[in-house]
Design a protein around this ligand. Structure first.
Ligand SMILES: Nc1ncnc2c1ncn2[C@@H]1O[C@H](COP(=O)(O)OP(=O)(O)OP(=O)(O)O)[C@@H](O)[C@H]1O
Ligand SMILES: [Mg+2]
Length: 330
């Protein structure tokens, strides 16, 4: 099954073709980061317009890329596609509607099935691409808008075991980057700066939340206080490293505890923060020491992309009719 995936839930316009959920045939993405940088965050109306402008040219580029892999003319690629898949939530409603409207138009014109995909499940499915991962597994989803531990019992069945009660981990990275004057988006900048700092410099608090839930808003406030009332030896790299350590420590500890108590030996990382070098290395080390099997997508498939949408469509997509809508929150 060859699936065309479309992603427009936030500020990345993306198309990809994936065969049977695992083999990436072609992928194209335009990020709007530069457009939104001046505003310090994504402006939904601007993002939706950019998706609209990018839609047709980017799809044409994808077809050209795919034609060489599939050895058919670019004009024949769409007829080889088995289904059209897109994210219809959660995300920014105006941007989702652009992708959904485009997907509906393609499905109708080509007379192919339309499959809708949950964006967060899609982040997890990035781990199926190029691997042999099979459920059951525990997924730690750490993105700009979500932080969840999900127990996948099968490809379609999952339970949310824990989640943030306030800020998402990616949101915390972005806010701390702003406090430190590192610009937008903040996660990669904090990651880079933290590598030069001492994670033991500041004793930032972990959110005191029971079970497998998380809280990051107190941590963000503690970082703000440290910067507003600086010690004489204040170094941004030390603040970044100590903040990163506090976030990743709790993500790591609760996920591993949860995996043990659920008797699951596969742990999957997903979402933009799964690109964080310290978080990845913590899980890689536990794999060596405690025998867990760890999966994490290549960096390019951690943040929003369409390959994960096409993969999710294969494993857990919902066949929809042309009246299907988009939703901003689950
Ligand atoms: N190396 C990194 N270290 C830490 N955070 C990172 C890194 N790279 C990206 N991020 C963070 O990942 C987030 C973006 O991830 P993603 O694209 O998955 O989120 P989103 O699509 O905005 O939110 P959601 O998927 O919840 O709707 C941003 O908050 C960004 O700062
Ligand atoms: Mg996302």
């Amino acid at each position: 099954m060859l699936c065309l995936g479309i992603e427009t839930s936030c500020d990345e316009t993306a198309f990809a073709l994936v065969e049977s959920g695992r083999r990436l045939i072609a992928s194209k993405l335009i990020s709007q980061t530069e457009v939104h940088r001046a505003f310090g965050g994504v402006v939904p109306e601007v993002a939706a317009r950019r998706h609209l402008e990018a839609f047709n040219p980017l799809l044409s580029e994808l077809l050209v890329e795919a034609s060489s892999v599939l050895a058919v003319p670019a004009s024949d690629v769409l007829s080889a596609v088995s289904a059209i898949a897109c994210t219809n939530g959660p995300g920014l409603i105006g941007t989702l509607l652009v992708g959904l409207a485009g997907a509906k138009a393609l499905a109708w014109a080509l007379d192919k099935p339309l499959l809708t995909v949950d964006h967060i499940q899609a982040h997890v499915c990035a781990n199926y691409i190029g691997t042999e991962l099979e459920p059951p597994f525990l997924a730690l989803v750490v993105s700009g808008g979500h932080t969840q531990i999900m127990h996948f019992k099968s490809y379609k069945e999952f339970e949310i075991v824990g989640q943030t009660i306030d800020d998402a981990s990616g949101e915390a990275y972005d806010k701390v980057a702003r406090i430190l004057g590192l610009g937008y988006p903040g996660g990669p900048a904090v990651d880079k700066l933290a590598a030069q700092g001492n994670p033991q410099s500041y004793n930032f608090p972990e959110g005191q939340v029971p079970g497998y839930d998380f809280s990051f808003s107190g941590l963000k406030t503690a970082v703000m206080r440290a910067v507003e009332n600086p010690r004489s030896d204040l170094a941004a790299a030390d603040v970044a490293a100590s903040f990163q350590d506090a976030v990743n420590r709790v993500l790591f500890r609760k996920t591993v505890q949860c995996a043990k108590s659920y008797g699951v030996n596969q742990i999957v990382l997903a979402g933009g923060v799964a690109a964080n070098s310290d978080l990845r290395s913590r899980f890689e080390k536990v794999a060596l020491v405690e025998g867990f099997k760890i999966f994490r997508p290549p960096i390019a498939l951690c943040t929003d992309n369409a390959a994960m949408v096409a993969s999710a469509a294969f494993f857990s997509g919902h066949e929809a009719d042309l009246s299907v809508g988009a939703y901003s929150r689950r």
